[in-house]
Design a protein around this ligand. Structure first.
Ligand code: TRP
Ligand code: SF4
Length: 342
């Protein structure tokens, strides 16, 4: 008998993750997030979306900020595709095209104590900063995130450590919902976070790579730009002249080498730096080459999509429709459990 139940085939677990549209992505996004998505898409049913509503929780005031969101959305999706996220394997879409998330957010709000949201780290610190960000949207941010996840009955949520509290809240919200509305037959599974390794890529200045710190190399930076950025990087401050011995541990180039270079090259650097046997530009050259090589396939894929922007829209359109089928099914169950099936 065909059933309307939403039980999933045992083998395929669902992965849900969203990313705020910050525009073109950098190497830190690739190593921290996208590489992982590309791996996950081969094993699980993946739902990856642009969290543009979440962007509005802090970027709602400034017209300039708002008008940038659209361009940022497409730049970001192109970088997902460039990295090898495959629309045939994963479902890619845009949050604001899915009003179903907003409906679930509203329904979950009925059983979620405000105190759960107030105690989320991040909310208090942001709200304390004032600047008009002490809004209801910001308070509700983690609940919207819970709706994003629960609407697909996500089993796994790949996120950075800063988001672990949100996934924990998602579990509590699901548990409470099930307990209140459907104790005999729980509807919303409790998801687990898949913590992205905390080996964050460092940027050009040795601090964590981020767009706002201005220390990033974009995935699609042209080869000459990459070379220029690396060549002008600070090195060990105690290595002023070529014949001064250096110490890789004091040098911001070194952590990048540890990501990009093989053990032989690493040995060559450690010895050459400490004995003043190699120059800093010489040391930087293999790094430049490795990044160029890594970028090559990204650039080829991105160029194809840049030449056919309609195709990117189409990919997102298809993804949105695929996601909608799943979201609607969950909503039917939720409405019915809440007595809203009239
Ligand atoms: N809050 C997440 C971030 O800033 C983005 C996000 C929104 C998300 N909804 C999500 C992540 C659902 C995972 C699952 O990174
Ligand atoms: Fe840094 Fe390499 Fe120069 Fe040593 S040789 S200081 S590791 S750039």
């Amino acid at each position: 008998m065909p059933t309307e139940s939403s039980s999933k085939p045992q083998a395929r677990q669902r992965v849900v993750s969203g990313m705020r549209p910050t525009g073109a992505l950098h190497l830190g996004h690739f190593h921290g997030v996208l590489k992982n998505w590309v791996r996950l898409q081969t094993m699980h049913d993946c739902f990856f979306f642009v969290a543009d509503w979440h962007a509005l929780t802090t970027q709602y005031r400034d017209k300039q900020d708002r008008s940038q969101i659209e361009g940022n959305v497409y730049d970001m999706v192109i970088d997902w595709l460039a990295a090898g996220v495959d629309p045939e394997k994963a479902t890619l879409f845009i949050q604001s095209r899915m009003p179903e998330h907003a409906e679930l957010f509203t329904l979950l709000a009925m059983s979620t104590p405000t105190a759960w949201l107030e105690r989320i780290p991040g909310y208090k610190s942001q709200a304390d900063k004032g600047r008009g960000v002490d809004t209801y949207g910001l308070l509700g941010y983690p609940l919207l995130q819970a709706a994003d996840i629960l609407i697909y009955k996500g089993d796994h949520v790949p996120v950075g450590e800063d988001q672990a509290a949100h996934v924990e809240l998602t579990r509590e919200v699901a548990r409470r919902f099930n307990h209140v509305y459907s104790p005999a037959d729980p509807i919303l599974p409790e998801p687990r976070e898949l913590l992205t390794s905390n080996s964050r890529l460092t940027g050009l200045d040795g601090r964590k790579m981020s767009k706002s710190a201005g220390n990033a190399i974009a995935m699609r930076d042209a080869p000459t730009i990459v070379a220029g950025k690396i060549r002008t990087m600070q090195t060990d401050p105690q290595r002023v002249r070529l014949h001064d011995a250096g110490e890789p541990a004091r040098c911001p180039v070194w952590p990048l080498h540890q990501v990009y270079s093989d053990p032989l090259t690493l040995d060559w650097i450690e010895q050459g730096c400490r004995s003043a046997g190699i120059g800093c530009l010489e040391c930087k050259q293999p790094l430049i080459e490795s990044i160029h090589k890594e970028q090559q396939p990204w650039r080829e894929r991105a160029d194809e999509y840049l030449a056919k922007p309609k195709q990117v829209q189409w990919i997102v359109e298809m993804g949105t429709e695929r996601a909608r089928v799943v979201a609607r099914k969950t909503l039917r169950e939720v409405r019915s459990a809440m007595g809203l099936a009239y």
